[in-house]
Each structure stands twice: as C-alpha cells, then as structure tokens.
Design a protein. Structure first.
Length: 162
C-alpha cells in the first residue's frame, strides 16, 4: 500500500520546512516533539497535531488566483470539511468568503513583508458554506533549505462556528 498523500517524500520535506520556518520566525517550536524525530516522524506529528496548520506556495498574492494550498493537516482538513485531494491544490483564497478575501490578502501581505505575524483573526468558510472565525493565528514565510522564500504557512488552535 502506498503512503498517504501527506506522507510522500515531497510532503515530508515540506513538513520539515514548515516546522523549521516557524521556529525561525517565532523563536519557538511549532510542535512539542521530544528528542530528534526523523523527517517522517516529524511529518506524521505535524499531520496529527490538533493545531490547524496550512501552507500555500509562493505564487504572488496578486497574480491570477494567487497562491495554491500545498499543505493541510488533519485538523485543517476536518475544519474545512475537505479531503487532501480537494484541499491541496486549490487557491488558498477560497478558504475565505469573497467579501473576506481582501482583509485576508492584506494580512498575508503584512506577514510577507514582516516575515511573520501573530494573533491574526478572520472569518473563513468551509466546503459546505459554513462560516467560522479563526483567532490567534500565526502566519509566517516558508523558506527553502538555502533560505529563499517559497510560500507561507499558518497555524491556529482557536476557532468557532458562526
């Protein structure tokens, strides 16, 4: 049986970049993993954590449909009521209602300029049209192993349905 989509070599590498970029941006770990987990173990921990974690690619925010999601952990998939194949690859702007996209884009642009922001709040919408508020979110720039920006990630543990 092949590995799940969130456990491919590419996604294992991406999970490492998400975790390392978070530590660089905020000076603290995203996950409380004891010892030195293998890259595969780290990817499994990131996918299984109760904190919602998403990432999108480095497509400019104002180009076409903007960036596309490249990662969503189990908590994110559950919150947006999507599976991996429908969430990963979709424009990240579609996580918000059309009337909320401008404020979302402004927060992403600010995070891009500052490398990271914390305590972001906003209204989002799931695949069935149900609205919810996220709060206390952290947004940070993803970096390649050689330090080049390659997208953004977000994490939050607080949300409620409207």
């Amino acid at each position: 049986m092949p590995d799940p989509s969130w456990l491919t070599a590419e996604t294992i590498d991406l999970a490492g970049r998400i975790v390392a970029s978070h530590a660089q941006a905020f000076g603290r770990p995203l996950l409380a993993t004891p010892g030195a987990p293998t890259p595969r173990q780290l990817a499994q921990e990131l996918f299984a954590t109760g904190t919602v974690v998403l990432a999108h690619d480095g497509t400019p925010l104002d180009q076409g449909e903007g960036p596309r999601l490249i990662y969503a952990n189990r908590a994110a998939l559950g919150l947006w009521r999507r599976n991996w194949s429908t969430m990963v690859g979709m424009p990240s702007s579609q996580t918000a209602e059309p009337q909320q996209r401008a404020s979302r884009q402004q927060a992403l642009a600010t995070a891009q300029q500052q490398q990271a922001i914390s305590d972001y709040s906003g209204i989002r919408i799931d695949s069935e049209g149900r609205r919810f508020v996220i709060s206390g979110a952290r947004i940070w720039t993803l970096h390649t192993a050689d330090g080049r920006p390659c997208g953004q990630a977000a994490a939050f543990g607080s949300w409620h349905r409207l």
